[in-house]
Design a protein around this ligand. Structure first.
Ligand code: ADP
Ligand code: MG
Length: 444
């Protein structure tokens, strides 16, 4: 609902009230009709769906939809309170991939309510509206504002299932997932560490599903960093990419937490791997059509496949340490990336391992000046913190959530997911003014 999210809704000038605890939805009505009708509906990706209903009957239908096999990978919650409860809730919480809201109002009332919801909606969130008026003009106005679908009660679970399926299998729609490629300017500069911690932070802070793909097949450490038993995961997928679909993907992923899964590398020397660029593309496409975020840990190599993975990603995070070799390599990489991707934002630079005692270093200012690129994070060298995390198979935040590095990974997560500030801070006095200037969600 990008248009709606960036519409010029008049901001409320009073401080937003505390979000009421949403009421749980009732148990499904026993008389609700079975969903069986539409075996053709496609499975829904691993997205978050949150519904705010007005009517118990609607809640019962949506509850029934949430139990459908095709939604088994999605995280669905059904609550009461309609658009108003949703709007209050999202003032302090990130918006999911899809919001379903019910309105009992007519055209004007519904549009006004949706404007308020739009003001707290993150970009990329889709909205499906359930209403009680069959009004073509209203339908058109909703579509113009970026609403994905308008459904009129009474509805069956099967109707809703078909609509969800249509939203997510529309070939013209943007893919569900964003791909973020992480690469180091040199080996050992902490690119994998930045990749794993940032991916973990995305999965924790915005509570959305993330897959980490470790493309360092022989030496990758993602499995170790998340304390997972060795799995073949990604090697199998890359060897026979055409077999990969959502079912096989599920078997090859190892789950680290509620929202984070790993496409782990074997990390053994039994085989050599000369990856095929086409195979990498196919695997990334399957993951991105099923999962909202994919963090690709690209090893420090310059091969056809590695270059292609970087150049095809939605975002690139380049990690460098403050020495001359890093500076030269970072400069070359940034120039190459900028010239190949002239319509994209430049790579996001992270300076890592800064301030190692007794090591002569290039200053952050000089480094940034030479690259004409400001680092988005400057992470201190901290052998104790990073060494403990690596040896325990933990993330930095799990070792110490007060550590500056933990906060820096959270900031990178917000930046990459275009959620630029924690919602709690949005209730600042400036929030209404920023919103009026239409800057709040635009990353200003
Ligand atoms: N800021 C840091 N301070 C201290 N050690 C770090 C820091 N960042 C990463 N490391 C350590 O550096 C080593 C190499 O990190 P890794 O992420 O594997 O690098 P890369 O993927 O770039 O080769 C790891 O042992 C990691 O724990
Ligand atoms: Mg690495």
């Amino acid at each position: 609902m990008n248009d709606l999210a960036h519409s010029q809704a008049a901001p409320e000038l009073q401080a937003p009230e505390q979000a009421p605890a949403p009421q749980p939805a009732p148990a499904p009505a026993p008389a609700a009709e079975p969903v069986a009708a539409d075996a053709r509906a496609r499975p829904i990706p691993r997205i978050n769906i949150q519904a705010f209903c007005e009517d118990q009957k609607t809640a019962a239908v949506l509850q029934q939809v949430s139990e459908d096999r095709r939604l088994s990978k999605a995280h669905v919650t059904v609550q009461m309170g309609g658009i108003e409860a949703g709007t209050a809730f999202y003032r302090n919480a990130p918006t999911p991939n899809l919001i379903m809201v019910e309105s009992l109002h007519d055209r004007d009332g519904m549009l006004a309510d949706l404007e308020r919801l739009a003001a707290v909606c993150d970009s990329g969130t889709k909205v499906l509206v359930v209403g009680h008026v069959n009004d073509v003009l209203l339908y058109r106005q909703l579509m113009q504002r970026g609403v994905s679908e308008y459904l009129v009660m009474p509805l069956t679970a099967s109707d809703v299932m078909m609509s969800l399926s249509a939203i997510y299998s529309d070939p013209d729609a943007e893919p569900v997932g964003q791909v973020v490629a992480f690469v180091g300017a040199k080996g050992g500069v902490g690119s994998s560490t930045v990749c794993h911690n940032t991916a973990w932070a995305i999965s924790e802070t915005i509570e959305t599903d993330v897959v980490i793909a470790d493309l360092d097949l022989a030496f990758g450490t993602a499995g170790l960093d998340f304390n997972q038993d060795p799995v073949q995961g990604i090697a199998d997928a890359l060897i026979s990419p055409d077999r990969l679909d959502e079912v096989l993907l599920d078997r090859l992923l190892s789950r680290c937490s509620d929202h984070l899964s790993l496409f782990a590398a074997p990390g053994t020397l039994e085989q050599t791997y000369d990856l095929d660029p086409g195979a990498c593309d196919t695997v990334i496409d399957v993951v991105r059509s099923n999962v909202p975020y994919m963090a690709v840990d690209v090893p420090h190599v310059w091969t056809n496949w590695a270059r292609q993975v970087l150049m095809h990603a939605d975002h690139i995070v380049l990690t460098a340490a403050p020495d001359l070799a890093n500076l030269r390599n970072a400069k070359n990489l940034i120039d190459k990336i900028k010239s190949t991707r002239s319509n994209d934002a430049p790579p996001l630079l992270v300076l890592n391992q800064v301030g190692l005692p007794k090591r002569p270093e290039i200053s952050v200012r000089e480094f940034a000046g030479a690259l004409e690129c400001e680092p988005k994070a400057v992470i201190d060298f901290d052998a104790q913190l990073f060494g403990t995390a690596a040896n325990n198979g933990q993330m930095i935040e799990e070792v110490s959530n007060k550590a500056k590095a933990a906060e820096q990974f959270r900031d990178l997560a917000y930046l990459l997911s275009e959620r630029t500030e924690p919602k709690a801070q949005r209730t600042s006095l400036l929030a209404p003014i920023l919103s009026r200037l239409n800057l709040r969600k635009a990353g200003a």
